[in-house]
Design a binder for this molecule. Structure first.
Ligand SMILES: [Zn+2]
Length: 314
């Protein structure tokens, strides 16, 4: 949105959106992996990653993952989706070029990307099928992972225990009130605190802004124009409450042809479009002019709401 509004300044940002996004995501996931050995969303659902083959020994979430699993997790969390997205974009652009035959024919390059285009759906299908089978196995209790990426990273997900949550809380508190002795350690702490602050604000800001962006996306999507119109249009007023069931409306005469104001047979019957009651024209005109309301129901009424009635016998 920013780039669309100001293409001169933010255009480059838009062009490198994927890369900037990956960088930010890398920072965010690194922060979460180091702090609570889980990705951002896993932490949100109070899960943690533990290394495979640990048996029953479960390290605390604050302990972090071993270096190998940590970096593998980070790469698989951030880079694999990025590369997959890039590949999909490449394929769609190649397909377009193929349709409009932009590249000169009979080059070896063309043969290559023809083969690539032909092979890509199968590769993609295998990839998705792998995920599906893994998920099925997970549901049936045959596998420890719902996603092959977790197995590649050499970790599995478990719920946070009470000790984990306690340790996370004390770690958060400890980060803000650390005791320092030397100048260098103090500087280190300050840098770490600043980085932590940046990452923290980034993570909270990110979740809010992601929601906001999703909302904007939805708001501006073309198929929602009808919904928006119905939302932004004036609301339908509620049906009027009928007060005449109450005994307090003693104003109303028993006879239907009698004016409630002068209590005589109506002359020049006139209805109010706001309440529907009928009066003499002269009575209601002066009443509305003086009080701007219906004498029976009290609904706000102007002179323009008077409707003259013409019965067939008059
Ligand atoms: Zn009257």
């Amino acid at each position: 949105v920013l780039a669309e509004a100001n293409p001169a300044r933010y255009g480059s940002l838009w062009r490198w959106f994927d890369e900037v996004y990956v960088l930010l995501e890398l920072l965010l996931q690194q922060h979460y992996l180091a702090r609570c050995s889980a990705s951002f969303s896993e932490n949100f659902y109070s899960l943690k990653r533990i290394p495979l083959g640990e048996g029953t020994r479960r390290p605390l979430a604050t302990a972090g993952l071993p270096k190998r699993q940590h970096w593998k997790s980070l790469l698989l969390l951030v880079l694999v989706p990025y590369l997959k997205g890039k590949l999909e974009k490449l394929v769609s652009s190649l397909r377009e070029e193929d349709e409009y035959s932009i590249h000169p024919p009979s080059s070896s390059w063309k043969r290559f990307y023809r083969a690539f285009l032909a092979a890509y759906p199968f590769v993609n299908m295998t990839w998705e099928g792998w995920f599906l089978i893994q998920q099925l196995c997970y549901i049936l209790g045959k596998a420890q992972h719902h996603s092959p990426l977790l197995r590649l990273a050499g970790v599995r997900l478990v719920r946070l225990t009470a000790e984990d949550i306690h340790a996370l809380e004390t770690k958060l508190a400890g980060a803000t009130s650390g005791q320092t002795h030397s100048f260098t350690s103090r500087v280190q702490l300050a840098v770490r605190k600043a980085l932590g602050g940046i990452a923290f604000s980034l993570s909270t800001g990110l979740s809010v802004s992601v929601f906001f962006l999703q909302f904007l996306d939805w708001w501006y999507s073309s198929e929602n124009q009808e919904t928006i119109k119905s939302l932004t249009a004036l609301p339908t007023p509620p049906p009027p409450v009928h007060l005449d069931h109450e005994p307090s409306s003693a104003l109303l005469p028993k006879l239907k042809t009698v004016c409630p104001l002068c209590r005589r047979i109506r002359v020049n019957a006139t209805a109010l479009s706001t309440s529907g009651y009928v009066f003499c024209y002269r009575c209601i005109y002066s009443h509305v002019k003086a009080h701007q309301r219906c004498p029976v129901t009290g609904y706000a009424t102007e002179l323009q709401h008077l409707v003259k009635l013409y019965s067939p016998e008059s």
